[in-house]
Design a protein around this ligand. Structure first.
Ligand code: SF4
Length: 377
């Protein structure tokens, strides 16, 4: 089966593009990214990505609903290369939401025209405003770089109307005060959206190789709860386990993932979910830049048809992490499953299993208990 046959392109589609380049590797990072790549390789990668986007948009008669350029650090591309990508993405019109990730040290005024013409949202990995925490995380940028970037992002919003998201990491074992970090960031720029993640130490990362362990669950819960309540008091709605937004500023692109709708991922290590009359498909691309660049378009993606059990599990896992909740009607449609009981921290509202703040703290464990509480007649 060919890659493009995994999608119904008459349906609303979102696009994710992976840029696997970084200036250096952060100590906590488990994403596929490479540092020290030559300009020639980066440019060939952009050529390949552009060829794939063009082949895709030729088959579409409307714009992508949302688009997201992530990584890696898309700021490793020159503004000219980024513009080549943006033009291809917008060939059928500008998406309703078009986000670009960018590390603080990468944002320059040369990027502003791209946000004026094509992109609508900037997502910046600030992670922390504490020198010790930044060094623990092995970030490439200093506190000074970050403060400069926050002010520049603010200026970008004022000049172009770009919406701002800042990514932050908490539960870092360096004794710094993450609450004052949070307050300072909001005071400086009042971002429209904040993604807040508890530090996890994944196999293969620099932190893992140093034999470090994450904070205990109890300490993590306590820190998360305090930060959630600070964000709440600052006017951010907690709408997904790790995501907070000012009213009307929820991420439309990420909501496509959480709502389990169709999205197409292009570039190394990118994943897609496609829905056709024949079934639901997961496509995953190889994590190897040179092979990707030198192969025929769409020839490096592994395609799998998902079973009903797998679809059910994914729907439960994603639905319980979101304030909107898990649709029981949609669950039943897959293979007739009904539910016997629901976990603590959740209630049933209008045929959806909906989490409260306690439920959001235990969403992953709750997904397992919902899964085992299913039955079919
Ligand atoms: S900048 Fe982002 S993608 Fe790159 S190494 Fe750091 S965390 Fe990973």
């Amino acid at each position: 089966m060919a890659f493009l046959s995994c999608f119904d392109l008459r349906k609303q589609s979102s696009l994710y593009l992976h840029i696997p380049f970084c200036f250096s590797k952060c100590a906590y990072c488990a994403f596929y990214s490479n540092s020290g790549c030559s300009e020639t390789l980066i440019s060939s990668y952009v050529d390949k990505l552009c060829d794939e986007i063009e082949a895709l948009t030729t088959l579409m008669d409307k714009p992508f609903y949302t688009a997201f350029i992530g990584g890696g650090n898309p700021g490793c591309l020159s503004p000219e290369d980024l513009e080549r990508i943006c033009k291809k993405v917008c060939a059928k019109g500008r998406p309703v939401e078009f986000t670009c990730e960018m590390n603080p040290e990468s944002l320059t005024r040369n990027h502003f025209p791209l946000f004026e013409k094509y992109m609508t949202r900037l997502s910046m990995g600030i992670q922390s405003l504490d020198e010790k925490a930044l060094s623990f995380l092995g970030r490439n940028c200093s506190l000074e770089d970050e403060l400069k970037a926050i002010n520049m992002a603010k200026d970008l919003r004022e000049k172009t109307g770009t919406s701002l998201n800042f990514d932050l990491i908490c539960c870092i074992p360096t004794e710094h005060n993450s609450i004052s970090d949070m307050k300072k960031i909001v005071e400086m720029a009042t971002p429209d959206h904040i993604s807040l993640y508890a530090l996890s130490i994944e196999e293969g990362t620099g932190l893992y190789k140093r034999g470090l362990s994450p904070m205990s669950d109890d300490r993590q819960y306590a820190e998360l709860k305090s930060l959630w309540s600070v964000l709440n008091s600052l006017g951010y709605e907690h709408y997904e386990v790790s995501n907070f937004a000012k009213k009307g500023k929820e991420s439309l692109h990420n909501s496509v993932y959480w709502d389990y709708e169709q999205y197409i991922g292009l570039g190394c290590s990118a994943a897609s979910t496609g829905f056709t009359q024949e079934g639901t498909y997961r496509c995953e691309n190889i994590s190897d830049i040179k092979t990707y660049v030198s192969s025929e378009i769409f020839s490096t993606y592994n395609l799998t048809r998902l079973s009903d059990e797998e679809i059910e599990e994914e729907l439960i896992m994603l639905g319980l992490r979101h304030k909107k909740g898990l649709s029981l009607q949609r669950l039943e449609k897959i293979r007739g499953s009904k539910i016997r009981s629901i976990p603590d921290g959740f209630s049933i509202i209008d045929n959806y299993i909906v989490p409260n703040e306690e439920g959001l703290l235990t969403a992953d464990a709750a997904a397992l208990s919902v899964d085992s509480a299913l039955y079919t007649l």
